[in-house]
Design a protein around this ligand. Structure first.
Ligand code: COA
Length: 424
């Protein structure tokens, strides 16, 4: 929070025009950010060989090197809890007053995954907790709602988590664009990682490019059409943003994108990069920003924010206060282009070390092992089930389901001991 704003706030100063203007221009955004994914992955060359495709189609044509395989012992609740638990202190947990979980692969048609996460992590019960859905746009919707909340409650802390498991089906064209994981972000005033500007443009339209009816575990997708709509929505929101704020491409040090797979963002960037006087810098930033996405695959809601982490950890040119543009897209469809400035507290070496260590410690599966895990899940028509949890050492795991209630467990990694979480 800016000092002048703080003084005005504490002194009860009247809401003059200039005060209101400053109120809405206070600095807020992402103060902490963390990523979590499964301990398992497959190599895209193995998948291409198993599917009778040229590996270069996956490695170059799609831009994917590896793909996270999510075991049945992880769902969007545990992925989210595992991501958020690594950044929250007891003081954060006590002062968070809003928990927003964006997902399109939720576990319940009624109860929000955010409520489970709040309970598993011991976040204050005085928080508002809910789930947001609009395909891959839910995380961004959560961030913008969190920002609105912070503008009117500047001492608040808002936890936004984008958590998803991307499934298209074995032996489908979309299989190479699967993946999963969660990105947790703590939004506060005076943030250290990313100052989110109050500059945004959005566009929505009723489009059938990707959807998942309630009776399906796998998405339905018109893949080539979705590529075209995505680039079109990017161009519409980008032009609208430029007109509203009179900013040009050269006002940005990097542009990052929702990345269901790296090539998709590249197509959007290529459609405007010729407008720049420093196209090489924007292309280099894009290369940095796809680093972890190409190792994990599609996170749906979290993809843009894993790309943000990739950029912060791997771009060697970015400095505090540089402006970046973020394009968020959720099929169906909603697009938003907004801007932000790099915070003073980004530590690229630490971020790189954490992310590389998490990804390098994963176990590679054979395609047969992946297919077996893919087919193991809680039955869609109900019934009890207990999973073998011995090989998943993630802090939070899903043990199974008893009497229609999911059984979550916290495993203390240091001692190997396990603590039951009471069924809610
Ligand atoms: N070497 C290098 N590149 C190759 C290649 C090879 N041997 N073989 C093919 N390619 C390229 C193609 O030229 C194409 O590139 P382009 O997109 O720049 O034209 C790319 O690889 C993909 O090939 P394509 O034939 O289009 O693949 P496909 O028909 O199997 O489908 C998707 C690819 C991405 C459409 C499909 O995986 C899909 O639908 N994924 C889901 C997309 C999605 O989730 N959309 C909604 C979320 S926003």
């Amino acid at each position: 929070m800016g000092r002048r704003f703080k003084l005005a706030f504490l002194s009860g100063k009247s809401w003059s025009h200039s005060f209101i203007k400053e109120f809405y221009s206070m600095s807020a955004g992402i103060d902490k950010i963390a990523f979590f994914t499964s301990p398992y992955f497959i190599d895209m060359t193995d998948l291409a060989n198993a599917r009778g495709e040229d590996p270069n189609k996956y490695l170059i044509g799609i831009g994917q090197q590896k793909q996270a395989v999510i075991p049945p012992t992880q769902d969007v609740v545990t992925l989210a809890a595992n991501a958020a638990s690594s950044i929250l202190t007891p003081a954060d947990k006590a002062s968070i007053d809003m928990v927003i979980l964006g997902t399109e692969s939720g576990i319940d048609n009624s109860k929000a995954a955010a409520i489970y996460v709040q309970s598993l992590l011991g976040i204050s019960k005085r928080a508002r907790s809910f789930e947001v859905k609009q395909a891959c746009y839910g995380g961004t919707a959560g961030i913008q709602m969190g920002m609105d909340h912070l503008r009117s409650h500047p001492t608040s802390k808002v936890l936004v988590i984008a958590s998803d498991i991307a499934r298209y089906g074995l032996n489908t064209p979309g299989e190479v664009t699967q993946g999963g994981g969660a990105v947790a972000m703590l939004l506060t005033a005076d943030p250290r990682i990313l100052v989110i500007e109050d500059k945004t443009a959005f566009h929505s339209d009723n489009i059938m490019d990707f959807w998942r009816p309630l009776y399906r575990r796998e998405a339905l997708v018109d893949g080539h059409y979705s590529n075209n709509v995505y680039v079109d929505f990017f161009n519409q929101t980008w032009r609208d943003y430029q007109n509203r704020y009179q900013l040009a491409i050269d006002d940005f040090n990097a542009l990052i994108f929702h990345l269901p797979y790296p090539k998709m963002g590249l197509k959007a960037l290529r459609s405007i990069v010729h407008e720049s006087h420093h196209p090489t810098q924007l292309m280099a930033a894009f290369d940095a920003a796809k680093t972890y996405n190409s190792q994990v695959g599609n996170l749906y809601t979290g993809s843009l924010y894993l790309s943000l982490l990739s950029l912060l950890a791997n771009d060697t040119m970015l400095k505090p206060h540089d402006r970046i543009g973020l394009f968020s897209y959720g099929s169906g469809a909603q697009g938003e282009f907004y801007s932000a400035r790099i915070g003073d507290g980004v530590k690229p070496d630490d971020l790189r070390q954490q992310l590389n260590s998490q990804l390098n410690n994963r176990r590679q599966l054979t395609i047969a092992e992946y297919e077996a895990l893919y087919e193991t899940s809680l039955p869609l028509d109900g019934g009890d089930r207990t999973f073998d949890t011995r090989t998943d050492h993630s802090p939070y795991i899903l043990k199974g389901r008893i009497d229609n209630r999911r059984q979550y467990e916290y495993q203390n990694g240091e001692t190997g001991s396990k603590k039951e979480q009471p069924a809610k």
